[in-house]
Ligand binder design. Structure first.
Ligand SMILES: Cc1cc2nc3c(=O)[nH]c(=O)nc-3n(C[C@H](O)[C@H](O)[C@H](O)COP(=O)(O)O)c2cc1C
Length: 385
C-alpha cells in the first residue's frame, strides 16, 4: 500500500535481533538514534505488559543512510538487538544445531497464527511460526515510523494517539487539537488514557483479567494534525488515503477493526448529524465539526485525521483454552508462553508509527523531491496550506 516509500523488517521474537530498511526518504532530514529511542520507549510502556518488556531496553542502531546527523536519501538500515537472545541462543533458537533435545511446541493457541501457520508451512514445531508472528516485530516498525515522524514534523505534521477503551471501560474525554499536548498527557498515563476516572477503571479491569489468567482488548485513536489538503486520491481504490491507512492499521498484530472519523458510529446517525458543514472562519474555508476524521473522498481535507482502531484480547492465556496436539491429535491445553495481559497502550504507539509511514509516503507522492528543502518548497508553492 506504500508507493514512494518502501520498508522491510526481518527478525524473530527470540532471534538475535530485528533488522529494518526504509527506502525512499529524501536527503537532509535531521535524525539521530535518540529520536528513535523516544518512540521505542513509549512502545515498551503500558499497564498489562508481561515480563519480556522488563528484559528488553530497545535501542535502534542506525547502520546506514545517515551522515553528520542528516539523512542522505539512501536506504536507512536499522538494527535492534534482542537482549533475550542471550537466554535462547544455546538451544531453542540456535541457527546451527539440528532439531533435538528442545521439545517442540505442539499445542496451538486459539487466536494466534499457530495452527494455520504450521499447516501452511508444513512445520511440526509451532515455534517456527510463533517466533515471527509475534508482535516483537512491531518494535522495528516503531523505529522506522519514528524516522517518518521526524520527516513529517519538518513539514508541520504531528501525530499522536490515546487509548479510548479497555474491555467495557470507555473514555468520555473530549480532546483538544494540540497533538503534542495529547501525547504528553497520554504518555503520562499507565494506559495512555486522557480521562483520569476512566484510567483507574481501565487499570483495575486489566488487573482483574490478568489475575484470572485471562487477557483483555480495547481501542485507541490515532490522530494527525497539519496534514495538507489532497493527500491520497478519489480516482482509484488503492490511491485512497483511507484505504492505505486502514490497511496499515490492520497489519498490526491483533487489530480487528479500523474506523475513520466517527467510524462505525456513522451507521446509526443521520446525514445532517454526520457531515461536517463548510464554513468560513478567519478568512479560511474550514469545517464546523470533524466527524469525517479529516478524510473525504479518500483525500485529506485539511482537518485533523482521526483513526479508531480496535484490538482483540491477547491470544496467549495464563489459563489456556482448549486445543488439540498437532502431533498426537489428543486434546490438551493451548501452549503457554510469557505473555502480556493487555497491550492496547503499546498498540496505540505502533498505530502512530503506521500512520507516520503512510502519511510520509503520501507526502512524498504529492510534494516529492530529493531533498527536504525541495519538498518544503513544493509544499509551500502548492498553496494548500
Ligand atoms: C504490542 C503488542 C503486544 C502483543 N503481545 C502479545 C503477547 O504477549 N502474547 C500474545 O499471544 N499475543 C500478543 N499480541 C498479539 C499477537 O501478536 C497477535 O494476536 C497474533 O500475531 C495473531 O495475529 P492476529 O491477532 O492479527 O490474527 C500482541 C500484539 C501487540 C500489538
Amino acid at each position: 500500500m506504500l508507493g514512494k516509500l518502501k520498508f522491510l523488517t526481518a527478525g524473530e521474537s527470540h532471534g538475535k535481533g530485528l533488522s529494518g530498511i526504509l527506502e525512499g526518504l529524501p536527503a537532509g532530514i535531521p535524525l539521530s538514534e535518540a529520536d528513535l529511542a523516544i518512540d521505542l520507549k513509549r512502545r515498551q510502556q503500558g499497564h498489562g505488559r508481561g515480563g519480556r518488556m522488563k528484559i528488553e531496553t530497545d535501542h535502534a542502531e542506525i547502520l546506514s543512510g545517515l551522515r553528520h546527523g542528516q539523512t542522505l536519501g539512501s536506504p536507512i538500515a536499522l538494527w535492534i538487538e534482542n537482549r533475550d537472545w542471550e537466554n535462547w541462543k544455546i538451544d531453542k533458537m540456535s541457527h546451527e544445531l539440528p532439531k533435538g533435545p528442545v521439545p517442540e511446541v505442539t499445542l496451538p493457541r486459539p487466536g494466534h497464527a499457530d495452527l494455520a501457520g504450521v499447516l501452511k508451512y508444513g512445520f511440526s514445531d509451532i515455534r517456527n511460526v510463533l517466533e515471527r508472528s509475534s508482535a516483537r516485530e512491531t518494535a522495528m516498525r516503531v523505529a522506522l515510523g519514528a524516522i517518518c515522524r521526524k520527516f513529517l514534523r519538518e513539514l508541520g505534521v504531528e501525530i499522536a494517539s490515546h487509548v479510548t477503551q479497555i474491555g467495557p471501560e470507555k473514555t468520555q474525554a473530549t480532546i483538544g487539537s494540540n497533538l503534542t499536548e495529547i501525547n504528553q498527557l497520554a504518555d503520562d498515563s499507565p494506559v495512555r488514557c486522557l480521562d483520569k476516572v476512566c484510567e483507574s477503571r481501565m487499570i483495575d479491569h486489566i488487573d482483574v483479567y490478568r489475575k484470572a489468567g485471562d487477557s483483555i482488548g480495547g481501542s485507541f485513536e490515532v490522530l494527525a494534525s497539519g496534514v495538507p489538503v489532497g493527500l491520497g486520491s478519489y480516482t482509484h481504490w488503492d490511491r485512497k488515503l483511507s484505504t492505505r491507512i486502514a490497511a496499515a492499521m490492520m497489519s498490526i498484530n491483533a487489530m480487528k477493526s479500523v474506523g475513520i472519523g466517527d467510524g462505525a458510529d456513522v451507521a446509526e446517525a443521520s446525514g445532517s448529524q454526520v457531515h461536517d458543514e463548510i464554513i468560513k472562519e478567519a478568512g479560511k474555508i474550514r469545517r464546523a465539526t470533524n466527524h469525517a476524521g479529516g478524510i473525504e473522498g479518500g483525500m485529506s481535507n485539511g482537518e485533523v485525521i482521526r483513526v479508531q482502531v480496535g484490538m482483540k484480547p491477547i491470544p496467549t492465556l495464563a489459563r489456556p483454552l482448549r486445543s488439540v496436539d498437532i502431533k498426537t491429535e489428543e486434546p490438551g491445553s493451548a501452549h503457554k508462553e510469557r505473555t502480556d495481559a493487555c497491550a492496547v497502550p503499546a498498540a496505540s504507539v505502533i498505530g502512530e508509527a503506521m500512520l507516520a509511514l503512510v502519511l510520509a509516503d503520501a507526502m512524498l507522492e504529492k510534494f516529492g523531491g530529493d531533498s527536504l528543502e525541495q519538498i518544503k518548497a513544493h509544499l509551500a508553492a502548492s498553496g494548500v496550506r
